[in-house]
Design a protein around this ligand. Sequence first.
Ligand SMILES: [Zn+2]
Length: 409
Amino acid sequence: MQSVIDRFIRYIQIDTQSIHKSDSYPSTAKQLDLARLLVDELKDLGLEDAAMDKYGYVTATLPANSNKQGLPVVGFLAHMDTSPDLSGADVNPQFIEDYDGGRVVLNAEKGISMSPEEFPDLKKYIGKTLITTDGTTLLGADDKAGVAEIMAAVEYLLEHPEIQHGTLKIGFTPDEEVGSGVDHFDVEAFGADFAYTVDGGEVGEVQYENFNAAGAELTIHGRNVHPGKSKLKMRNALIIGMELNDLLPVFERPEFTENYEGFYHLYQFGGTVEQASMTYIIRDHDREKFETKKALLGEAVDYINAKYGDQIIDVKIKDQYYNMREQVELHPEIIEIAIQAIQAVGLTPIIDPVRGGTDGSRLSYMGLPTPNVFTGGHYGHGKYEFIPTFAMEKAVEVLVKIAELVAEG
Ligand SMILES: [Zn+2]
């Protein structure tokens, strides 16, 4: 069997960075390089129907080897793209063997290192082997670790026919990092009853809650007048934007929130006296609080418009995805199976809310309940991303165990 580590190292050599605001799907053609490789590898393993569709989705079926009737069809999903935040080209992984708990030098020449004080997750892996970057790119464990773990689990099941399992569906998606991972995903054709994304973090993690999410785009119409002659005439769109932001609760910003606390995040603000634009994302796990947050932003806009007696601010608020909990909780056995599998391989389950979304957040509302299990990776989307090798091996064991537990019924 190829080790999951070998697979991972091979997959991260392929640059699959996705980009925002692209006219094509997937957003970058280079993601298809990995997609094609995966189709070939799935076929080599013997998954005859392995294919890539016109959108770049890779799907394949591992047929059941159990003759029990009526077993549910389980899907395993991971995304092939890496974050637009940092380059994923020319990734040069470093192996830190028997990690001693000290500062990890990523790149001596460039003076890039990470200390366990700043990156406390490191302390959990003393004595383990870590795979890190060389400080110039991201690693791509998010989510090529998930891809490698699913591939290795499929291979393991094929090599161990004594492990009985039902039908498994494999799916690899593009463009997850730009929020479009399941835009064209055909849930019906995929044919699973439920699925797991393998896109989580720390070893042992299972997640079935994520944010409710909306985006708000504001346009502020100012009135520019020569500043020397503007008394009681000028309306400065930039100042009015700041005024609006001041009406939102200060402590409901990302930098002051954690766990189940939601936020308003102003992530773009620019323009001139004449016209400015602001973009927020709004997040909350609780649906009622989420609705309240959106309403409060609307009221703040109304207040400014009323104050100036004019339609000074136009706002468009659009829901992006919802907390999968509402859907997944209807099928508690899906979570139970994941928890049992994690325990069965000797780990302690960590159940925590995703402070973001996954492909599963939208899939769960498209009729495919899809919680998220760990890959083992930490600090994704940047040069401090790392993954312990044992965590990847554990993830493979968990996926195999899930298949086995589902077949036991
Ligand atoms: Zn991911």
